[in-house]
Design a protein around this ligand. Structure first.
Ligand SMILES: NC(=O)c1ccc[n+]([C@@H]2O[C@H](COP(=O)([O-])OP(=O)(O)OC[C@H]3O[C@@H](n4cnc5c(N)ncnc54)[C@H](OP(=O)(O)O)[C@@H]3O)[C@@H](O)[C@H]2O)c1
Length: 303
């Protein structure tokens, strides 16, 4: 089974390279091999490989920069996935695609269901939603996984930024009125592999044509709560930081203006994926603690 993986060096893509081993022949593709801006090249590239599964972990994820780069964000987040979907349909391949909590406006007080009406607040969210819709329209076999607040030991993310700032600053101010579930790229990759195994080999899924699922860790916190947790648990594993948890102050979104608006509630209800695939999802703290060990071991700072 050939699995073509786009965005192979991103947070999720990098973890997928590990998690998919054993499922089939993984063909990782990164920007230096193929720029997704070239939609014709993209189509020819996929046809030439003729994969059984296409996984799209690539995306234009620069949320603030997207506000000024609408055309590029649309190309990478919507038009490139559409090309992948059309070729997937022609080749009878399964397309796995990742989307985001940012398709919602965050005004709801409870976690969002897959069936709730999207209303993105920013360009990134709009283009990701457009990508989802274009994929569904092609009628290819697809699995759309919406996730949130992604972090990993590799790549650019909030968790790594906080730990780096904590080495330099004695205090931090962090937004406390946006809530979500920090979700490790490892979890996303591991669950993706599990779903693919079920979809390919489990007779119960032989008629699966396409669906959208929320996939995040369990529980909820704010960016402030996440930062406090990281700092609190970094110390016992040997990190030498300038900041202590009591020197982290919660501020409001209004006190931290950004070019792109962000939802106050990023929580996604994961009941559907847990029921459909009979699986459990860990609390967000489980992978956060694992991430801390990986972060400091890789930097040689653990005692
Ligand atoms: N990060 C989050 O907090 C978050 C939250 C919710 C949903 N998601 C979704 O989860 C998925 C994975 O996100 P992630 O955090 O792993 O993203 P990421 O770390 O930013 O990785 C995205 C990858 O896409 C590649 N890419 C971007 N533009 C490209 C282009 N023109 N041609 C080829 N490759 C290109 C990047 O390549 P370069 O390294 O060369 O730039 C990078 O490897 C995405 O669909 C994202 O929308 C992410």
């Amino acid at each position: 089974m050939k699995i073509l993986l786009f965005g192979a060096l991103g947070q999720v893509g990098f973890e997928l390279q590990r998690a998919l081993v054993g499922l089939g022949q993984v063909i990782p593709c990164q920007r230096s091999q193929l720029d997704l801006e070239d939609l014709d090249k993209l189509e020819n590239y996929i046809r030439k490989i003729n994969p059984t599964i296409i996984i799209n972990a690539a995306a234009y994820t620069l949320v603030d920069k997207a506000e000024a780069n609408i055309t590029l964000a649309e190309k990478i987040n919507a038009l490139a996935p559409e090309v992948m979907a059309k070729v997937a349909r022609d080749l009878d391949a399964l397309l796995v695609h990742y989307s985001t909590d940012y398709v919602f406006n965050g005004a709801q007080t409870k976690p969002y269901l897959e069936s709730d009406i999207p209303a993105p607040l920013n360009v990134y969210g709009k283009t990701k939603l457009q990508g989802e819709d274009l994929i569904r329209k092609t009628n290819c076999r697809h699995l759309i996984l919406r996730t949130s607040w992604v972090y990993a030991a590799h790549g650019h993310n909030f968790a790594r930024t906080i730990l780096n700032l904590a080495l330099q600053q004695g205090s931090l101010t962090i937004v406390g009125d946006q809530i979500g579930a920090p979700t490790s790229a490892e979890l996303i990759a591991d669950i993706t592999a599990l779903l693919l195994y079920r979809l390919q080999w489990d007779a119960a899924f032989k008629d699966f044509q396409g669906d959208t699922f929320n996939l995040t860790a369990q529980g909820s916190t704010s960016w402030y709560g996440f930062a406090r947790h990281l700092i609190m648990y970094a110390k016992p594993i040997g990190a030498v930081l300038k900041v202590t948890p009591d020197k982290i102050t919660a501020i409001s979104t209004a006190q931290y203006p950004t070019p792109a608006k962000r939802p106050h509630n990023s929580l996604l209800d994961t009941g559907k994926i847990r029921a459909k695939f009979n699986l459990e999802l860990p609390s967000w703290q489980w992978h956060a603690d694992r991430f801390l060990s990986q972060h400091y071991i890789s930097k040689g700072q653990t005692v």
